[in-house]
Design a protein around this ligand. Structure first.
Ligand code: G4P
Length: 280
């Protein structure tokens, strides 16, 4: 299944980010904990060149807890400062401040040597569409949410948000990149809802998800829909349609409706905590 999505507004957004990066000390990259590889935009390396980096694996509440531990080791081995967070419930937030400091240690030291003390760290929050950037920023700033005015040099309309006296955040639009280098990346991004649903065939996508679940999380579909997992993929989708009463006129199964139910159940965690990718 081929999925590619790079609308014009993302090219524009990337251009704006390349402008704004000049004022930035730290890039906070939000990844989706269920797809830590596919949600990593390779263009961010180019945008964030020479800047301090922090990775936050968001939606950790939807990801497999065992796999979360494996992924933590993976990032640690690579020398990348990474934390798991659940922005919706504000879980995992307490070490964020310390990690920002750790990631910016060199900059803070350099400032101190130049006699600049307590200049706030300016951080750009980046990530693919739907990864939870707004939720993260809103949850982080819940206590002292204060939007400051535009700063010179920052694209008009951009807002700085004071996280606290030490950190200012700059939100950015969700961007993808022009070509996914393998089929799996596009499919995984579509599973988690980061690709516009209108350009993806929901039935094909649901079939791909069924194949993955049978292979890696057997029992999950049976538990949710009481269907026989030994059947072929198309029969399983048909059974989900029947179990959920997805019928068209003339009592034909409505595969599109069943596919959307399955995708929605996966995305919202109703199938359980599932991670699609393993560290390599
Ligand atoms: P974006 O700015 O990166 O595009 O993402 P946004 O914050 O709008 O979040 C996209 C969806 O992901 C929202 O759900 C949001 O609630 C959900 N979300 C964000 N962070 C987390 C998290 O850590 N865990 C879980 N489980 N969900 C998270 P929505 O259904 O589109 O909106 P809503 O019904 O929550 O308002």
């Amino acid at each position: 299944m081929q999925v590619q999505w790079y609308p014009g507004h993302m090219t524009k957004a990337k251009r704006m980010m390349l402008e704004d990066i000049k004022l930035i000390d730290l890039v906070i990259e939000l990844l989706d904990a269920r797809v830590p590889i596919s949600s990593r935009n390779p263009d961010i390396d180019e945008i964030a060149k020479g800047k301090s980096r922090l990775v936050l694996l968001n939606k950790s509440d939807l990801a497999d807890p065992e796999k979360n531990n494996e992924w933590l080791d993976y990032f640690k081995d690579k020398g990348i400062i990474a934390l798991f967070v659940d922005s919706r419930n504000r879980n995992g937030f307490s070490p964020v401040g310390k990690s920002i400091e750790e990631a910016c240690r060199t900059k803070i030291e350099r400032d101190r040597k130049r006699g600049i003390i307590n200049r706030p760290v300016r951080a750009m929050v980046v990530g693919i569409p739907n990864v939870g950037k707004s939720t993260f920023i809103n949850s982080m700033c819940k206590k002292a949410s204060a939007k400051t005015g535009n700063k010179p040099g920052v694209t008009k309309g951009k807002q700085w948000i004071n996280l606290n006296k030490n950190v200012e955040l700059l939100d950015t639009p969700g961007i993808l990149w022009p070509r996914f280098d393998n089929e799996e990346t596009g499919v995984h991004l579509a599973f988690i809802g980061s690709i516009n649903d209108e350009i993806v065939d929901e039935v094909d996508l649901a079939m791909e998800l069924i194949i993955f679940l049978i292979k890696s999380y057997s029992g999950v579909l049976f538990k949710r829909y009481e269907i026989n997992e030994d059947n072929d993929t198309a029969v399983i989708l048909n059974d989900i349609a029947l179990k959920r009463g997805c019928l068209k006129k003339g009592n034909e199964p409505d595969y599109s409706k069943a596919a959307n139910i399955l995708l929605d159940d996966f995305r919202s965690g109703r199938l359980g905590r599932i991670t699609l990718e393993d560290p390599v």
